[in-house]
Write a protein that binds this ligand. Structure first.
Ligand code: GLN
Length: 500
């Protein structure tokens, strides 16, 4: 197996033993990028020179630690090449949000998550493609290019963190960060056969992460297995002075908790989620996953989330309302794109926004502005807030008697590029399982549980607030029971795609 196809924990062991160097791993990753990136299109920007400098620095630190016998003080991320979604600010590397609006924006500072990874010695390969301002589920809304699913180049990698998922699936990064407002880490992870976690709201700092919907956004890892996900969460979680919404709750040793052997879990299967709109093949795989967990010692109970039918409507009201407010700062005056031949303040703002934003972003700004307008506020926005409280109540009640809730991550496998472009509502409806976790703030992880006609399928586990440790342990059980076959897309398929 090539270095670029291995997991973080496998590579960390090799690095500690002195059997490989970070420079070799980074070379392997960039060789893969040279080989497949033209077809995959996972990145907006790669930072080759800086990556090799970081790799050399990591090699030096590893060598010193080995000499001093202090390897145990070193993070497993030391020397590991990672990718960041392009809405996470990186000092000196442009951060575009895949929008014309920020196409030339080079941040003067690092997001806290980027800084933490850097401080631990990770190598930053580059910035990944996404739906513009994280609005979408296919990465087709990027202002730059479409990203292809490494399992099948005719298909989308999911979104909005599709570039991060495609990069990890194709061996163009060992792990990645995405952001998840309504499913954008979990759904692309499920489409690409990876593990993707949306942490508990407030678990991870959002300082320097371009805001989409501030009451829903979280940063989360996309990795090749549960163990890697635990390593990455531990690195980025915790209180940040610069983000007043980040929680002071201590960060546990997630990898340590993965070693515990207790399997006395209660898992809830919501009756509402296994309904008729679900692909029968996916339902079968989720049923299998439930059975596998039961065989592994878990207790399965049927539960109900009576208000889950409203989740999509509530999510699209709250997310668009908050987005319309957050994106008001893109005015063509302070930073970002400015229309060339506009004169006067009003015209500069109007024209810059008209030319700088893509169609989906405009649609969302209009929806959100409408929901917040004085005439419709009570009827839409306020009602959505009330319904959100009911949804939170449902989830809390279930999690009082269950350790987690299991469901599909997405009602379908990766769909064809272009297939859903003309029907935004059809795309919105696909977020039916994922938005519940954002609306309630609970952590949720997507774990591969099988393949359907050669395409990966993910199972979602929603857990209790700030108890990612238990979620990882259940996810690990699931991974051992049915995730093995799903981990890598066949490289021949990736090569085959180059000629198309
Ligand atoms: N698909 C959802 C949307 O389009 C989720 C996006 C996200 O999580 N960033 O809003």
């Amino acid at each position: 197996m090539k270095l670029c196809d291995m997991t973080i924990h496998e590579l960390a062991a090799l690095l500690r033993a002195g059997e490989v160097t970070s420079t070799e791993i980074t070379e392997s990753v960039f060789d893969r990028i040279d080989q497949v990136e033209e077809s995959v299109g996972a990145y907006v920007t790669t930072a080759r020179d800086q990556a090799f400098e970081q790799a050399a620095a990591a090699d030096k630190r590893l060598l010193q630690a080995r000499k001093r016998g202090s390897l145990s003080d070193i993070s497993p991320l030391m020397g590991i090449p990672l990718a960041l979604k392009d809405n996470i600010c990186t000092r000196g590397i442009r951060t575009t949000c895949a929008s014309k609006m920020l196409a030339d924006f080079v941040p003067p500072y690092d997001a806290t998550v980027a800084r933490r990874l850097g401080d631990l010695g990770a190598v930053i390969v580059g910035k990944t493609n996404m739906d513009e301002f994280a609005m979408g589920s296919s990465t087709e809304n990027s202002a730059f290019h479409v990203t292809r699913n490494p399992w099948d180049f005719e298909r989308v990698p999911g979104g909005s963190s599709g570039g991060s998922a495609a990069a990890v699936a194709a061996g163009e990064a060992i792990g990645a960060l995405g952001t998840d407002t309504g499913g954008s880490v979990r759904q692309p992870a499920s489409f690409c056969g990876l593990v993707g976690l949306k942490p508990t709201y407030a678990r991870v700092s959002r300082y320097g992460v371009v805001a989409f919907s501030s009451s829903l956004d979280q940063v989360g890892p996309i990795t090749r297995d549960v163990w890697d996900c635990a390593i990455m969460l531990r690195a980025i979680a915790g209180r940040d002075e610069r983000d007043a919404t980040s929680s002071p709750e201590p960060v546990p040793d997630y990898c340590g908790s993965l070693k515990e052997t207790d399997r006395d879990f209660t898992i809830g299967v919501p009756s509402e989620f296994m309904h008729s709109g679900l692909d029968s093949g996916i339902r079968e795989l989720i049923d299998n996953a439930v059975r596998a967990l039961e065989d592994a010692g878990a207790r399965i109970v049927e539960v109900s989330l009576p208000h889950s039918d409203y989740a999509i409507a509530v999510y699209y009201l709250i997310a668009t309302a908050e987005a319309s407010s957050n994106l008001a700062r893109m005015d063509g005056i302070r930073y970002g794109f400015r229309a060339e031949d506009a004169h006067g303040v009003q015209a500069v703002i109007r024209q810059s926004r008209s030319e700088g934003f893509g169609p989906e972003v405009k649609r969302r700004i209009m929806l959100g502005t409408h929901a917040l307008s004085s005439k419709h506020y009570d009827e839409y926005y306020l009602k959505a807030l009330k319904a959100r409280t009911l949804i939170l109540g449902d989830v809390k009640e279930v999690l009082e008697k269950c350790d987690c809730i299991i469901s599909p991550t997405s009602p379908t496998v990766a769909f064809r590029i272009g297939e859903k472009l003309d029907d935004p509502v059809a795309l919105y409806l696909m977020d039916v399982y994922t938005t519940i976790a954002n609306l309630s703030g609970m952590p949720a992880v997507s774990v591969p549980c099988g393949t359907l006609k050669g395409l990966p399928v993910g199972a979602q586990l929603i857990g209790r607030a700030f108890d990612e440790g238990t979620l990882f342990r259940i996810a690990h059980l699931l991974e051992q029971a049915c995730g093995e076959s799903v981990k890598r897309p066949p490289l021949e398929a990736m090569k085959g795609g180059r000629d198309r």
